[in-house]
Design a protein around this ligand. Structure first.
Ligand code: F6P
Length: 344
């Protein structure tokens, strides 16, 4: 059997570990592996692929990024996009496709499976907001990077008695902010799920000063709306093929820092962690679980379980329908958010 494999959407540490797992299992069974370049882009217009040799999988476990390249090209937004992808899979002589990605990439996979294509999915998004699964490739590495950044910002914040506003990724959900903030000991975490106002933020900082804490670290998701913090309207800015505007252009961290300084008189600085959260080597956890879900995706292929994907639940790998995983975003529960609160 010839298995095609692609990675779509934003890259994340651990993608190569998953590719390696699929490939190693495939080679053991005598199957071959065809890498699709740059996500769905490699299956639009002309198919763009290469054969992955066994040797090419050596030494990639610990590498960040994706050896296949990625893009946010969306066949669902192209006239005839899905039939075009199906035709290109045939032209590339691919018997089964493993699509590794987040909700955008997997929505396309679900659409393909609905039309009879031989496709299985693998959960990836450093935002960690896919439904059903408790693990998404890249999230743990991102959280570790945020935690390390907070450790570093703590020492400089303490030396200068400053407020530090740290903007992290998270368009619609606050998983990276809340888990990174918990791990790094943030003094306030602001996420899309539980809105706060500028007045709340100022009050909290003043209370901390009154209580003897002369510096504060605030972690905010890039996508938050904060009452009293007006941002430039980015609705008309350039969008990707899935219709998302670039969140970093909103500049919520910088704007919030300016307003805090204005309102409190405390010296305040903003740090935007941006793509550092998606770069570099995967954490050990991401290597291990990307290997688990990659290997399980190969098993689904051998069982012809099209339209399904491995998910992680209750500490183990289970199987779910791709359509169920992309049906809605998983949001941070109140309980977790409240746990972070205790340490403010
Ligand atoms: O892939 C998800 C994500 O990391 C979001 O959290 C972030 O808003 C976005 O990607 C950034 O996308 P890009 O790399 O295309 O600028």
């Amino acid at each position: 059997m010839r298995i095609g494999i692609l990675t779509g959407g934003g890259d994340a540490p651990g993608l190569n570990a998953a590719i390696r797992a699929v490939g190693r299992k495939a080679f053991l069974a005598g199957d071959t592996l065809r890498g699709i370049h740059n996500g769905w882009a490699g299956l639009c217009d002309e198919p763009d692929f290469f054969d992955i040799e066994r040797r090419a999988l050596s030494g990639i476990l610990q590498l960040g990024g994706t050896m296949l390249g990625s893009s946010r090209v969306n066949p669902l937004k192209r006239p005839n996009g899905i039939p075009e992808v199906i035709a290109n899979l045939k032209r590339a002589e691919i018997d089964a496709l493993v699509a590794i990605g987040g909700d955008d990439t997997l929505s396309v996979a679900a659409g393909l499976a609905e039309r009879g294509a031989h496709v299985v999915g693998v959960p990836k998004t450093m935002d960690n907001d896919l439904s059903v699964t408790e693990y998404c490739i890249g999230f743990d590495s991102a959280v570790s990077i945020v935690a390390e950044a907070l450790d570093r910002l703590h020492t400089t914040a303490a030396s200068h008695h400053r407020v530090m506003v740290v903007e992290v990724m998270g368009r619609d959900t606050g998983w990276v902010a809340v888990m990174g903030g918990l791990a790094g000991g943030a003094d306030l975490i602001i996420i899309p799920e539980f809105p706060v106002s500028l007045d709340d933020v100022v009050k909290h900082l003043e209370n901390r000063r009154a209580g003897g804490s002369d510096f504060s670290i605030i972690v905010t998701s890039e996508g938050v709306q904060i009452k009293g913090v007006e941002l430039e309207d980015v609705r008309d800015s350039k969008r990707d093929a899935f219709g998302h505007v670039q969140m970093s252009k909103r500049g919520v961290g910088e704007r919030l820092a300016g307003l805090i300084e204005e309102r409190t008189g405390y010296e305040t600085r903003a740090t935007v962690l941006g793509h550092t959260q998606r770069g570099g080597s995967p954490s050990a956890y991401d290597r291990i679980w990307a290997t688990h879900v990659g290997a399980a995706a190969y098993d689904l292929v051998t069982q012809a379980r099209w339209g399904e994907m491995p998910v992680v639940r209750n500490g183990g790998v289970e199987v779910a329908k791709i359509a169920d995983v992309v049906v809605e975003q998983r949001r941070v529960p109140r309980k977790l958010y409240d746990l972070a609160h205790i340490f403010y």
